[in-house]
Write a protein that binds this ligand. Structure first.
Ligand code: FRU
Length: 498
C-alpha cells in the first residue's frame, strides 16, 4: 500500500514539475496558440490550440479557460471539437453586439471564427477553410454554424488563422488571414459573407517561414497622437534559422482595405525564443482602453520535446501594448498587465548601490516566482552579469553590456536542456536607439521574461530547472556599476495557492 502511495506521489511530483504559477498551462496534454481571446461580461476568455489526447501536437480542438484578472485562470470544458470539416485550428472571437449574424435575436453573444483543417492524402491536398461557431451562454457551449465553411480558397493550401475585428472607421468586420507568405484582408457585414480586399507581404519583412496568426489593430502614438496601425505576423520554423519560430510586426496605415507599412526593416516583437503566435484580446471595454495580448511561450523547434510530463506548453504573461515613437522610429512597447502587481510584494530592497569591478552582490531568493527590477546609472559604462541561481548547480546568466547596449541570456546551465540543440544557444539583443536604463525580470517556475526600458524590448525564454530560485547575484565584470534603484518582489499572499 505505502509503496503504491509513494509511487503515485512520485508520478504527481513529476507531473507538477515545471508547472508555472503565474502563467496559463493546461491541466493535461498539449497546448499551442492562444485563440479567441476576448473579454465579455466580466470575464477574460482564453481559448487555445489543444490536443486533449496526448501531450504532443495532434488533432486540434479549442481548449478553454476563463479569468477575472488575466493571471489566475480556470480551465473549462473543451469549447470546439473537430467535425466532418476537419480539426479546429487557430482563430479569434468577437462579440456580435448588433446581431449582424442573426445568431442572437435576444441578446449579444460570442462568435468564434476559426480554421477548419483537413489533412491531405495521396489523392487530395490538405484543405483549410474558415468557419463560425456561436455561443449564447458566455462561451460555455458552442453551436457550429450550419453553413460552414464561410470562406475557402480554390488553390491556397495555407489559408488559416482568421483574426476578426469590427472596424469602426468603415463599419464592417475585417478579417486578417495568413495565406502562405502573405496576409490577406477580407471584409464582411455579417461574418458570413466575406469579400477579398487585398493582400500584403510579398517582399516585405521576414519570410524565413510560413506566415501565421496575424493580428491588426490601431494605436494612438504616445508622443505625437498620430494614429497608426500595427500588423503582427508570426513566422513558422524553417528548420534552419537559429531562432526557430517567432513574431514580427509592421507599423503603417490601413484604410479599411489595404495595409501599407512605413518601414523596410524587420521588427521583432520579442528577442527571446519563446513567444509565438501572440494575438490581442477583442472587446476590451472602451473605458479600460487597453490593447492586451499574450503569446504561446514556446518554439516550434522544440515545443513537442520540452521536458514536462502529462502536459505541455504554457502562455506568456498577458502584456499591455502601446506604440511609441523613439528616435524617429515607431516601436511596439509591451509590459506585463498591471493586474500582475497583486501577485507580488517588494520584499528585498536593493536600493542605490555601487559594485566595483570584480565584486559582486548576492541576494537570497528562495521563492516559487519573483521579479527583479534594476535601474542602471547610464553615466557609467560597464559589463555585468545578473546570475539567477536556481539550484547550486543550475543557473541562468543575463549578460548586460551598457557600452554596446546589448543583453544576452544564456540558459545552457539552467537545468534540463538536452532535448534540443537550439535550446542551448544564447539569446541576445542589441539596442540601437537608446541606453539600457531599466530591467524588469520576471522569473516563474519554468520561464524568464525580461522587459527592458519600460517594455521597449522584450526577451521571453523557457527554462527547466529543478527549482525556481535560490539566489540572485550581480557580478560587475568591467567598469563601474552604479545601480540607481532596485528591488526584488516575491509572492504576495493574495490569491495564490501552492
Ligand atoms: C501556429 C499554427 C497555426 C495553426 C495552428 C495549428 O502555431 O501553426 O498556423 O492554425 O498552429 O495548431
Amino acid at each position: 500500500m505505502t509503496e503504491i502511495m509513494e509511487e503515485s506521489k512520485l508520478i504527481n511530483k513529476q507531473i507538477e514539475k515545471y508547472r508555472p504559477y503565474l502563467h496559463f498551462a493546461p491541466k493535461e496534454n498539449w497546448l499551442n496558440d492562444p485563440n479567441g481571446l476576448i473579454y465579455f461580461k466580466g470575464e477574460y476568455h482564453l481559448f487555445f490550440q489543444h490536443n486533449p489526447y496526448d501531450d504532443v501536437w495532434g488533432p486540434m480542438h479549442w481548449g478553454h479557460a476563463v479569468s477575472k484578472d488575466l493571471i489566475s485562470w480556470e480551465e473549462l470544458d473543451i469549447a470546439l471539437y473537430p467535425d466532418e470539416l476537419g480539426t479546429i485550428f487557430s482563430g479569434s472571437a468577437v462579440v456580435d453586439w448588433n446581431n449582424t449574424t442573426g445568431f442572437f435575436p435576444d441578446e449579444p453573444g460570442l462568435v468564434a471564427i476559426f480554421t477548419h483543417h483537413r489533412d491531405g492524402d495521396d489523392n487530395n491536398p490538405a484543405e483549410q477553410t474558415q468557419s463560425l461557431a456561436y455561443s449564447t451562454d458566455n462561451g460555455r457551449t458552442w453551436s457550429k454554424y450550419q453553413g460552414n465553411p464561410v470562406l475557402s480558397h480554390e488553390t491556397k493550401i495555407d489559408f488559416r488563422d482568421p483574426k476578426v475585428f469590427w472596424n469602426e472607421d468603415t463599419n464592417n468586420w475585417i478579417m486578417t488571414l495568413a495565406t502562405g507568405q502573405s496576409i490577406s484582408f477580407y471584409s464582411s457585414s455579417n461574418l458570413i459573407d466575406w469579400q477579398f480586399e487585398s493582400e500584403f507581404g510579398h517582399n516585405k519583412g521576414s519570410h524565413d517561414g510560413v506566415w501565421e496568426c496575424p493580428d491588426l489593430f490601431k494605436f494612438k502614438v504616445q508622443e505625437t497622437g498620430d494614429e497608426k496601425w500595427v500588423l503582427f505576423v508570426s513566422i513558422g520554423d524553417n528548420g534552419q534559422s537559429d531562432m526557430g519560430s517567432r513574431t514580427q510586426y509592421f507599423v503603417g496605415s490601413f484604410d479599411g482595405s489595404v495595409f501599407k507599412e512605413e518601414h523596410e526593416d524587420v521588427r521583432w516583437l520579442d528577442f527571446g525564443k519563446d513567444n509565438y503566435a501572440g494575438v490581442s484580446f477583442s472587446d476590451i471595454p472602451k473605458q479600460d482602453g487597453r490593447r492586451i495580448y499574450l503569446g504561446w511561450m514556446s518554439n516550434w523547434r522544440y515545443a513537442n520535446e520540452v521536458p514536462t510530463v502529462g502536459w505541455r506548453s504554457q502562455m506568456t504573461l498577458p502584456r499591455e501594448l502601446s506604440l511609441r515613437k523613439i528616435e524617429g522610429k515607431h516601436r511596439v512597447i509591451q509590459m506585463p498587465v498591471r493586474e500582475l502587481e497583486h501577485y507580488f510584494e517588494r520584499t528585498i530592497d536593493i536600493g542605490k548601490i555601487n559594485i566595483d569591478q570584480g565584486d559582486n552582490k548576492k541576494y537570497k531568493v528562495n521563492e516559487p516566482y519573483y521579479e527583479l527590477f534594476l535601474e542602471i546609472d547610464q553615466n557609467e559604462e560597464n559589463q555585468f552579469d545578473i546570475v539567477l541561481h536556481h539550484t547550486p548547480s543550475m543557473k541562468t546568466t543575463i549578460e548586460v553590456d551598457t557600452k554596446c547596449n546589448s543583453i544576452t541570456l544564456n540558459r545552457a546551465s539552467s537545468g534540463k536542456i538536452d532535448f534540443s540543440e537550439m535550446f542551448l544557444l544564447e539569446q541576445s539583443l542589441k539596442m540601437d536607439d537608446s541606453d539600457i536604463l531599466t530591467l524588469q525580470i520576471i522569473v516563474d517556475t519554468s520561464s524568464i521574461e525580461i522587459f527592458i526600458n519600460g517594455g521597449t524590448y522584450a526577451m521571453t525564454s523557457l527554462i527547466f530547472p529543478d527549482q525556481t530560485s535560490q539566489s540572485v547575484t550581480l557580478i560587475n565584470k568591467q567598469g563601474k556599476l552604479s545601480i540607481n534603484d532596485g528591488y526584488i518582489s516575491t509572492p504576495s499572499n493574495k490569491n495564490i495557492t501552492y
